[in-house]
Design a protein around this ligand. Sequence first.
Ligand code: GAP
Length: 513
Amino acid sequence: MSNENTQTDFQQIISHCKEYGFIFPSSEIYDGLSAVYDYAPYGIELKNNLQQYWWKAMTQLHENIVGLDAAIFMHPKTWKASGHVDAFMDPLIDNKDSKKRYRADVLIEDAMAKIEDKIDKEVDKAARKFGETFDKEMFLKTNPNVLRNKEKVNAIEARFKKALEDNNLEELKQIIVDLEIACEVSGSKNWTEVRQFNLMFSTEVGSLADDSSTIYLRPETAQGIFVNFLNVQKTSRKKIPFGIAQIGKAFRNEIVARQFIFRTREFEQMEMQFFVRPGTEMEWYAQWKEARMKWHRTLGFAETSLKFFDHLKLAHYANAAVDIQFNFPFGFKEIEGIHSRTDFDLTQHQNMSGKKLQYFDPETNESYVPYVVETSVGLNRTFLALICNGFKNEKLEDGSERTVLALPAFLAPIKIAVFPLMKKDGLPEKAREIFDDLKWDHKCFYEEKDAIGKRYRRMDAIGTPFCITVDHQTLEDNTVTLRDRDTMQQERVSLEQLKAVVAEKVDWRKGLR
Ligand code: GAP
């Protein structure tokens, strides 16, 4: 077999997700709702497995991290204290001709990415031309086209960073004008002024009009952790440093919701707030940065598919912040943020509520508001990264093609498919017996319809790592064939061995040890 990948594009991945039961557009019979999606039968299995994997990595492997599930609705003062009412804004700009709305910062970032792309293409071209003698370092330092483009990006980045820091909306608009950015719909450069837009959704609570008050759908899960900090610390009797982990929905009225499930208005975060002694936060920040990158690598992403990206502009609560970015088909984009949030949130809640949120440190005999290092990963974005990473169109040696979703075995929606080779001679009965035994330990799938090759292909397309086939030999010597999704090789294993072999292959612990 040759594992030559044919070119895949993002549209193909989106279609695959729908066709094979991973993701459906929401309320599709009413033509869908923009940027809202439902997780289909295989999608929900993959999403559940991924969140379980994160949960175990956080709360089971760290004895100093405990879990929490706080409500989505919180007292409105929470969001005043956290700064979200006043500062959780995106800069918005409209094209006057198409009326299409954009995020001004995203327009500029995309323009910079295009120039970076030119540099990468220049490097690829030279690497092909010079072959083994190619010295990339030297080329980057000396090629005039690369140097010119690098200088351009650096200059834009410096202006952009300063405009964000100064909250200078006129300058953001000016950068868009200077870069001659055009609307993708109208093609025109006829822009409105840039203005700020709060991302929080609000609604009313209470049955009587005069009783009701405005509440928000949480834009991050973190605040549920901050307001519960002392409750959790006292009831779980944790000493600093310790962490609180939570998985849950968050909502943001994104101006530009796009790229499938990458940026949606309703999404899930997996967050962990790590409470530390003031002054030690940068050490913990460095440790969590490495730990989180290591976790992402266990998902089967290549070294080159992940990178750190330091924030150009720090959020209102942070004194250091970095993203872990994944190389999606549309470029490197954030999947996780790691932030040193200082004592900002706890102090703000302490001031707003009038309740002390301090920790008495028995080692130093002092009371203080702890500092916080946060790791915040998007469940949906990591799901998308897994699908993009695993999706392959392969040309096989016999000339045929197959689509395969090379998901890590421990995350695959279905772990094992059990097939009788034929629908006769007692093979289905034997296969059912094996299925009924395995299903207690793993999510399994049984099928007897269609030729075996077709059944294998369907399992490849949803990422099932192993298929077991029951044939006539099984009835004689209690062995089955175990087919590996990636190599397509088959080995014969005895039924006694089967459980141990399969359990070893789908073990979630392998990557984390
Ligand atoms: N508590 C910190 C926080 O919320 P963030 O960087 O704004 O930080 C963390 O968000 C993660 O949440 C992001 O890295 C991303 O994976 C995910 N996320 C944020 N906005 C999202 C959106 N509109 N759609 C999908 N995922 C989103």
